[in-house]
Design a protein around this ligand. Structure first.
Ligand code: PAF
Length: 280
């Protein structure tokens, strides 16, 4: 596995590969790799000649400085995992390399950024879009792989690719869960042992809500989920929303869209967790 910190070295490696007619599959990450990331990498490896991964904790997408500071980082562990997965290229820049000058780009993703994570994390999606576009320019992937746990991020990136005519195919990948249902996330590492035991409650609630949706309206489901969270004082529910799977706008009946997804964001102690599940 080649490891580069510099953009020029990375570009040279990619250019050589492209000149040889090799396809590049790319998994952008912020490190603290887990089985969810590995599943993206396995898919990328199976579908492309070269597997490229980036590890960069992007300061532009953190609206909360404490969250940025506490974001788990373990490069040696990540490096070892990437070697084992058969990664060919690891791009591991620092913030100075990525942003030598202040960045002022402002994207407008319309309604897509006005719901859920958008208002909760002002500037977050703009920061994600800036780094993803820059990474795409450096790595020039044929395909890039994103997990559906961050469903809204995935929708934003799909929109970015359309808006900017970027020559890359976005490949959505299903959520990977622990045995007890908790969606895999780098943030899970920050849960205490007690919180880790409680965390599957989120997935259980979503499953229960899907079952009840056979005989309840979307508003009744919203009420049900909010009440279930109220009964668990360790959790602080930030939002539960039932939305269409394209523009992610709230639905009022099950006939409002051909695909409907339930989205949760909540705090467990000082760790923010998100999850989602398809209802239709
Ligand atoms: O999902 C993530 O880990 C990040 O938002 C991404 C896509 C790597 C951009 O920094």
């Amino acid at each position: 596995m080649k490891i580069f910190n510099k953009i020029t070295d990375t570009k040279r490696f990619v250019r050589d590969a492209k000149d040889k007619g090799l396809s590049v599959g790319f998994v952008p990450t912020m490190g603290a790799l887990h089985k969810g990331h590995l599943s993206l990498m396995e898919k990328a490896k199976a579908e492309n000649d070269i597997l490229a991964v980036s590890v960069f904790v992007n300061p532009l997408q953190f609206n909360n400085p404490e969250d940025l500071e506490k974001y788990p980082r373990d490069f040696e562990k990540d490096r070892k995992l990437l070697e084992e997965t058969g990664c060919d290229l690891l791009f591991y820049p620092d913030a100075e390399e990525m942003y030598p000058e202040p960045v002022s780009t402002q994207y407008d993703f319309g309604d897509l950024e006005k719901v859920m994570e958008g208002p909760m994390r002002p500037g977050h999606f703009n920061g994600v879009a800036i780094v993803v576009k820059k990474l795409f320019e450096i790595i020039e992937p044929d395909r890039a792989y994103f997990g559906e746990k961050d469903f809204q991020q995935l929708a934003i990136i799909q929109k970015l690719v359309k808006m900017e005519n970027l020559p890359v195919t976005i490949v959505p990948c299903p959520i990977v869960r622990e045995g007890d249902g908790l969606a895999m996330s780098s943030r899970n590492e920050r849960l205490t042992a007690g919180q880790r035991q409680m965390a599957p409650f989120i997935h259980q609630t979503l499953k229960e809500a899907v079952k009840k949706s056979r005989f309840m309206t979307p508003d009744e489901i919203r009420f049900f989920v909010k009440n279930r969270f109220k009964d668990q004082p360790e959790f602080k529910l930030e939002y539960f929303e039932l939305s269409d799977d394209k523009e992610l706008q709230p639905v009022s009946t099950w006939n409002d869209a051909s695909g409907i997804i339930g989205f949760v964001a909540c705090w467990l102690g000082n760790v923010r967790l998100i999850d989602n599940m398809r209802f239709i």
